[in-house]
Design a protein around this ligand. Structure first.
Ligand code: NI
Length: 252
């Protein structure tokens, strides 16, 4: 059994959600954690989790939403988390200096506020960090009681080891299957004990479906690549990464 620890699922991208869930099951992807990270798609994600047993959620405001979010929205987020037992973490939250360099200070403020909320509610966080490694690490260090995962990790072996030493898991997705991906070295060095699997669907479909719309059902392709790099069986990768996800997100 597999868990897709990070995906986006919206009627805007998938017109038949029943079919998505059915195909996931056929591919042994029995649980998925949908990330709701704008005001609008948090509402949709909550509805989906209500309807489908297999769907869990992380919710939180993405750094690209920084100019939309008021303190009132943060209060609303807290209420939504408290009212829904299927919310298992906050995210994706973090810093994006690739697209949002002009908002750096505001992004850091929003990130800190949501880290505070995670600490208060004893929930793990799902971190989005793009071109912002140093500031991300520094802010995470301010919250030593919070753990989580580094979503769609694409940094160096050294950076991965710093996050791991702080109690974080490394989210490995379809990029690991791409030719010339440096994730090969990262996976080899950190081992399966520190990894959770994710698709980030509908984005970043793995080889051999690269370029198509991604879906949680493709998680086994990512597991297969990790197994190949570490020279262990795909079943072992499934077992350990699933245990990692169950324990990080405290899934029942
Ligand atoms: Ni994402």
């Amino acid at each position: 059994m597999y868990i897709d620890t990070h995906c986006h699922l919206s009627k805007e991208d998938y017109n038949d959600i029943d079919l998505v869930i059915k195909e996931n099951k056929e591919n042994k992807v029995n649980r998925i954690i949908v990330s709701g990270c704008t005001k609008e798609n948090i509402i949709e994600a909550l509805e989906l989790a209500n309807k489908y047993e297999d769907i869990y959620l992380t919710i939180g405001y993405h750094p690209s939403e920084v100019n939309e979010i008021t303190d009132h929205d943060l209060e609303l987020l807290e209420e939504q988390i408290k009212a829904n037992s299927k919310v298992v973490g906050l995210g994706e939250i973090g810093l994006d200096y690739h697209y949002g360099k002009e908002d750096m200070e505001l992004q850091k403020e929003l990130f800190r506020k949501q880290m505070n909320l995670a600490e208060k509610l004893h929930l793990p966080v799902v971190i989005h960090s793009r071109d912002a490694t140093e500031d991300t690490i520094n802010i995470l260090k301010e919250f030593p009681n919070v753990i989580g995962d580094i979503h769609c990790f694409s940094g160096s072996v050294e950076t991965a080891k710093i996050y791991i030493s702080m109690g974080y898991k490394i989210g490995i997705g379809g990029v690991v299957t791409f030719k010339n991906s440096n994730l090969y070295k990262v996976v080899e060095e950190i081992g399966v004990e520190n990894i959770i699997l994710e698709t980030d669907a509908p984005y970043l479909a793995p080889v051999p479906v690269r370029g198509k719309q991604n879906s949680s059902k493709y998680i086994p392709y990512i597991a297969e690549k990790v197994a190949e790099i570490l020279n262990i069986s795909k079943e072992k990768v499934a077992e350990i990464t699933t245990n990692n996800a169950v324990s990080l997100f405290d899934l029942k």
